[in-house]
Design a protein around this ligand. Structure first.
Ligand SMILES: Cc1ncc(COP(=O)(O)O)c(C=O)c1O
Length: 409
C-alpha cells in the first residue's frame, strides 16, 4: 500500500475530518530528543538533563504514553493537563507546572499534587507565598531580549510579552521571597516557539543572557529550565540540526557551570518538535467555485479544527490524496466556518479537485487538536494512531450529545 492510500483507508474507516498520527514518526522524534538529552548529560558530568514534553502541543494520552517510554518527562499548564499527565503514569517528580495568571485554588491543586510550580509574576509569587509559605518554587524570568518565534503571538521574551519577571522587578521579588520564606530552587525561561537553523544563534544568545541573569542575581539555584521552541520545517526549510544546536549549547552550559556551582539539573520543554510531523489532518472537499477571479476550494477542515493558519498565518503543506492529473490551479483553500478568515491556505498551487476528493494537511500533530474548538457548533474530529501494520482510535469524534450535555435547558 502506498503511503497516501493509508490516509484514504483511515478517512473511510473513521470519517472526516480526522487527525491521524504516524507512530513511527512520533517515535523517531522522541528518540531525537532522547539523544539530545543524552549528549548534553554525557558532557555535563554529574549534572542531570531532563526533557519535559510540553503537553499543550498535543495532550492525547496515547502520545503522552509514548513520550514517557523515551524517558521524557512532561510540563503542563492546566488542571486537565496535570490530570492527563498523572493518568499516563508520570509521577510528581516528572511533572512541572509552568503556568501563568492562575488563582489560589489552582495553586492548591498543584501544591497538593506535590508538583513543582513555576511562577511567572510577582503577584503570583505573592499569592503562592500567602498560601504555601516555606516551600520550593521555580521562577520564570523574562530575559529582556527579543525572543525567537514564528509569529509575534508566540514570542515570549522581550518587551511585548505577558510572560516572566524582568530584572527590574527582582528587588521586589526578593522581598516577597523573604516575607514568605520561599526557596527559589529553579529559574525558567522560554524564548518563543519554533526556531530553526537560522535562529540557533539567537536561541543561544538568549540562553547566554538567561544564564548571565542567574549569575548576577541568584544564589544557590539548582534547576535551570531553558524552555522549548525546537522547530520543524513547515515549508521547504531544513530540519533543525541538533548537532549544531547541542554543540553550541554545551559550550554555554559548561562555561556557566564552571562559574556557578550549585546547579544540579538543566531542563528543556520541547512541545511542537515531538508530535508535529507525526500528525496529519485529513478532510474532504465539499465545494469548488471560481468567483472574483479566484478559485475557492471549500473543505470540512475549518479554523475550528486547525486554527494555526488563521491565527498565526501559518503555512501548512496540503495535498489531494488522489493523484489527480487535472490542471494545476492557484486557489484559496478554506473551511466550513462562517468567517472570512477561515482560510487553510491562501493562493496555493493545487491540482483542480473534484467534489468529494480527500485532502491531506501536513504537520498537524502539534497545536492542531489541542487548539481545536467547537466554534459555530462544529464537532471536534476523531484522532487515530497508525503504523505499518495497524491503526486504532485514540479519541472518539465528538457528538452533538457531548456538546449539549452541560446545557441547563
Ligand atoms: C512555557 C512553555 N514551555 C514550552 C513550550 C513549548 O514550546 P514549543 O512547542 O515551541 O517547543 C511552550 C509553548 O509555547 C511554553 O509556553
Amino acid at each position: 500500500m502506498n503511503q497516501k492510500s493509508i490516509y484514504h483507508e483511515l478517512i473511510n474507516k473513521y470519517g472526516s475530518p480526522l487527525y491521524a498520527y504516524d507512530e513511527q514518526i512520533l517515535r523517531d522524534h522522541c528518540k531525537k530528543i532522547k539523544d539530545f538529552k543524552n549528549y548534553l548529560e554525557d558532557n555535563l558530568g554529574e549534572i542531570k538533563v531532563n526533557m519535559h514534553y510540553s503537553t499543550k502541543a498535543n495532550n492525547n494520552p496515547a502520545i503522552l504514553k509514548i513520550v514517557g517510554q523515551y524517558g521524557i518527562n512532561v510540563d503542563c499548564m492546566s488542571p486537565l493537563e496535570l490530570s492527563l499527565n498523572q493518568k499516563c503514569g508520570f509521577t510528581r517528580d516528572k511533572i512541572l507546572y509552568v503556568c501563568n495568571n492562575i488563582d489560589a485554588e489552582e495553586m492548591k491543586l498543584v501544591h497538593d499534587a506535590g508538583v513543582l510550580i513555576c511562577l511567572d509574576s510577582i503577584s503570583q509569587v505573592e499569592i503562592w507565598g500567602q498560601n504555601f509559605p516555606n516551600t520550593d518554587i521555580m521562577i520564570r524570568v523574562n530575559p529582556g531580549i527579543q525572543g525567537v518565534g514564528h509569529n509575534d503571538k508566540v514570542i515570549t521574551s522581550g518587551k511585548s510579552t505577558k510572560f516572566g519577571i524582568t530584572e527590574k522587578s527582582f528587588r521586589e521579588l526578593f522581598k516577597i521571597i523573604k516575607k514568605y520564606n520561599l526557596n527559589i530552587i529553579g529559574i525558567h525561561q522560554h524564548l518563543g516557539s519554533l526556531f530553526l537553523n537560522d535562529k540557533i544563534q539567537d536561541y543561544i544568545n538568549g540562553v547566554r543572557r538567561g544564564l548571565d541573569i542567574i549569575l548576577n542575581n541568584f544564589e544557590n539555584i539548582k534547576i535551570i529550565d531553558l524552555g522549548g521552541g525546537f522547530g520543524v520545517p513547515y515549508k521547504d526549510e531544513s530540519d533543525l540540526n541538533f548537532e549544531t544546536l547541542q554543540e553550541a549549547l554545551i559550550n554555554e552550559l559548561k562555561d556557566f557551570t564552571n562559574k556557578y556551582k550549585s546547579v544540579r539539573e538543566f531542563k528543556f520543554e520541547p512541545g511542537r518538535y515531538i508530535p508535529c510531523e507525526a500528525g496529519f489532518l485529513i478532510g474532504k472537499i465539499n465545494a469548488v467555485k471560481y468567483e472574483n477571479d479566484t478559485y475557492w476550494i471549500g473543505t470540512d477542515i475549518g479554523m475550528n479544527q486547525l486554527v494555526r493558519p488563521s491565527m498565526y498565518e501559518a503555512y501548512h503543506k496540503i495535498e489531494l490524496i488522489e493523484n489527480r492529473q487535472s490542471e494545476l490551479i492557484k486557489a484559496n483553500v478554506c473551511g466550513n466556518i462562517c468567517e472570512s478568515g477561515d482560510i487553510l491556505a491562501k493562493d496555493r498551487s493545487i491540482n483542480k479537485p473534484n467534489i468529494g476528493d480527500e485532502i491531506l494537511v501536513y504537520n498537524a500533530g502539534a497545536y492542531g487538536y489541542s487548539m481545536a474548538s467547537n466554534y459555530t457548533g462544529r464537532l471536534r474530529p476523531a484522532e487515530v494512531m497508525f503504523n505499518a501494520e495497524n491503526n486504532w482510535l485514540i479519541r472518539k469524534r465528538e457528538t452533538i450529545e457531548d456538546l449539549e450535555k452541560n446545557i441547563i435547558w
